[in-house]
Ligand binder design. Structure first.
Ligand SMILES: [Zn+2]
Length: 407
């Protein structure tokens, strides 16, 4: 196949099938630099910005469906020792990030549509011939639900479609890759984490395994009833970073029907002997996954605006077609495989999670379990409140703590 031929065919393909990016951190740039005041007159998303992401380059990059990350960092300064009984602002801050994406979509509604299902995303892409970018959300770590499954449910109601089980700290649900790097034991998924995966399956919330430890990946793949995603992860064999995906996990992802969306963050693409990290390194990681487990399990999860700068040749959101073309040239694949990598794999996983949810919702109720180490603190005054029914104190295992607030 000649290079020209690929160019022409790709130009046509991107009008028929969406390119999907499962991890763009631009909402964090709005928080960091504008405190989310996007109506500030100096800010125009439809102009060339100096960040990695703006509408002009998203159009150039032929993005069809964008998952914007609603990321808030772990709250305790020491990432290795977080106290989840200490009140923190993670939920408020996450809600602000969800809100700013929804306002951005409204403000630029000529080019964006907020979508809630895989079918809706594809339908909007087709109806607008790719002119409108479908937008949906991911939350980057269960520390952002604090310690409550109720928050998982409410995030889903607000349009969040995946949650990463950890960021760079352990939480009541699971162990993070960076904690293991930091010397802590790899405890994998906790019992409460198992409940959470079950609840995410029930809701149709995709379980994202980027950032988690090796044992967490294995534990989740054993218990999940739906396919998983890695919203932004690369290959361990090529770049030995704890959060990259090892071969044993990749093979399990094939059995599970999940998808690994390759991260463009240079630190996680770097290969031995390479000094400059380029687009070719991203191609190598993609090819590695394809060779090991096939074309059904690969996608793109850039990390744009969540890293200082992208690899050479893959600097911003305008570069997806260049990447697709390079993989196409390197593999001589057929069009069916190319469109899976571009986005159909992610859409398939999203849709399957919805189908699993439809099935589970008929069988199980919302999971009410609480974290067994949670401290339930009430005012001394509450002891004077009427009792719900005789013997109610013996019903719950984790007893209340009463404190005097009036001293
Ligand atoms: Zn990340």
């Amino acid at each position: 196949m000649t290079v020209n031929n690929i160019d022409e065919r790709l130009d046509k393909l991107v009008t028929q099938y969406p390119i999907i990016d499962t991890h763009n951190d631009f909402p964090y740039a709005l928080r960091l630099h504008l405190h989310n005041e996007i109506k500030t007159k100096e800010f125009n998303f439809d102009s060339l910005l100096t960040s990695h992401t703006d509408l002009i380059r998203m159009r150039e990059g032929k993005i069809g469906i964008q998952f914007f990350s609603c990321f808030i960092e772990c709250k305790d300064d020491d990432y290795l020792y977080q106290d989840f009984n200490k009140p923190n602002s993670a939920v408020r801050d996450t809600l602000e990030q969800i809100d700013v994406v929804q306002r951005l979509v409204d403000e630029y509604s000529h080019s964006f549509k907020f979508v809630y299902t895989a079918d809706e995303a594809l339908k909007s892409f087709r109806e607008t011939k790719g002119k409108k970018i479908s937008v949906t959300l991911g939350v980057e770590g269960l520390h952002q639900v604090d310690l409550s499954l109720a928050v998982v449910r409410q995030y889903y109601a607000l349009g969040v479609r995946y949650i990463t089980l950890t960021h760079n700290c352990d939480n009541p649900f699971a162990t993070a890759a960076s904690s293991v790097t930091g010397g802590l034991p790899d405890k994998g998924l906790s019992d409460y984490g198992r409940d959470c995966v079950k609840e995410m399956n029930r809701l149709g919330m995709m379980v994202d395994l980027s950032h988690v430890s090796h044992k967490t990946m294995l534990d989740v793949l054993e218990v999940t009833q739906a396919p998983v995603i890695f919203s932004h992860s690369s290959v361990y064999k090529l770049s030995k970073h704890e959060r990259n995906v090892r071969d044993d996990v990749l093979k399990l992802v094939k059995d599970n029907g999940g998808v690994v969306c390759v991260n463009f963050y240079p630190d996680f693409l770097i290969q031995e002997g390479h000094s400059d990290i380029t687009i070719e390194d991203a191609v190598d990681h993609i090819k590695y996954i394809i060779n090991l487990i096939g074309w059904d399990h690969v996608g793109f999860g850039s990390d744009f605006d969540g890293m200082p700068c992208g690899p050479v040749g893959l600097e911003d959101v305008s570069k997806y077609p260049t990447l697709v073309k390079k993989v196409w040239e390197a593999t001589n694949a057929n069009e069916e495989d190319i469109i899976k990598m571009m986005g159909l794999n992610v859409l398939r996983v999203w849709k399957e999670c919805e189908l699993v949810s439809n099935n589970l919702k008929n069988k199980i109720s919302p999971i009410e379990t609480n974290w067994d180490q949670r401290k339930w603190i009430f005012s001394e005054y509450c002891k004077q409140m009427p009792v719900l029914f005789p013997g109610v104190e013996d019903v719950i295992e984790n007893k209340n703590i009463y404190v005097n607030h009036h001293e």
